[in-house]
Design a protein around this ligand. Structure first.
Ligand SMILES: CC(C)(COP(=O)(O)OP(=O)(O)OC[C@H]1O[C@@H](n2cnc3c(N)ncnc32)[C@H](O)[C@@H]1OP(=O)(O)O)[C@@H](O)C(=O)NCCC(=O)NCCS
Length: 215
């Protein structure tokens, strides 16, 4: 059978019971106790192929309205490596950009070098390390190895949310960090309302792009 691509996949907001997604959540977290503590939290996007959910991404808040966290995400083993994870991340970024979020956080195991690669390929950068975050006290079995590395430390990464600034006429669009503007959400895209203190910076960015901004 030929390898499938992600062409058949659509990303949707999930409204069903979280328990139905538990097997997917478990791919990303080895602690049942930890999972119980957050599985009902926040919102979930799902990757759907036909009638089947083949991947998910859970988005939660952090207490700071300008931040969102990818709390748990996974793609079914048979469909990994086909760009579905990338699609889920992009959908999450688009969703929170329209809500005024300027930074997305994610945490993963330092031992999981595959995940570290995946998130960095999606534009995330290292933020901090929480040593000994994965312990028997938090429900992680002792001596668990990932790729021969003991599961111990948690790495936090973050990615600035960029928004596309639409200039009128034939001027080229360009992207700025969401933290540079205020936002009004419309049905499917964010409209940037530029604050006076950012006008000069945006004009410089636009000129660098070969256009002249008249904000
Ligand atoms: C991590 C995960 C969600 C990525 O989803 P995916 O659909 O396989 O990822 P994509 O196909 O969109 O991959 C995008 C890129 O990341 C790379 N990548 C993804 N997973 C990788 C891994 N384990 N090791 C190395 N590279 C990886 C892909 O090769 C691809 O690279 P490219 O941009 O050079 O082509 C998925 O592998 C998964 O479900 N893993 C198990 C659960 C898990 O660990 N979740 C994360 C918890 S923090």
């Amino acid at each position: 059978m030929p390898a499938r691509s992600a062409d058949d996949v659509r990303i949707e907001t999930y409204g069903g019971a979280r328990d139905n997604l538990r097997a997917l959540f478990e791919l990303a977290d080895d602690s049942a106790a930890e999972l119980d503590s957050y599985i009902e939290a926040g919102r979930v996007l799902v990757a759907v192929s036909g009638a089947e959910v083949i991947g998910h991404l859970q988005l939660t808040g952090t207490g700071d309205p300008r931040q969102a966290e990818i709390k748990n995400m996974a793609v079914r083993e048979a469909r990994q490596g086909q760009g579905i994870g990338r699609q889920l991340i992009q959908a999450a970024v688009d969703l929170v950009a329209a809500e005024g979020v300027t930074l997305i956080l994610v945490a993963t195991a330092a031992a999981d070098t595959g995940n570290l690669r995946f998130y960095q390929r999606q534009g995330f950068r290292m933020r901090s390390v929480e040593r000994d975050a994965f312990t028997p006290a938090t429900g992680y079995p002792p001596g668990l190895l990932i790729d021969g590395i003991e599961l111990r430390d948690r790495v936090w990464l973050d990615r600035a949310v960029l928004v596309r600034v639409h200039l009128t006429g034939d001027r080229q669009d360009f992207e700025v960090p969401a933290s540079d503007g205020a936002f009004e959400g419309t049905d499917d895209r964010a409209v940037v309302v530029v604050r006076p203190e950012h006008v000069q910076r945006l004009a410089i960015l636009a000129e660098r792009d070969g256009t002249r901004a008249d904000p």
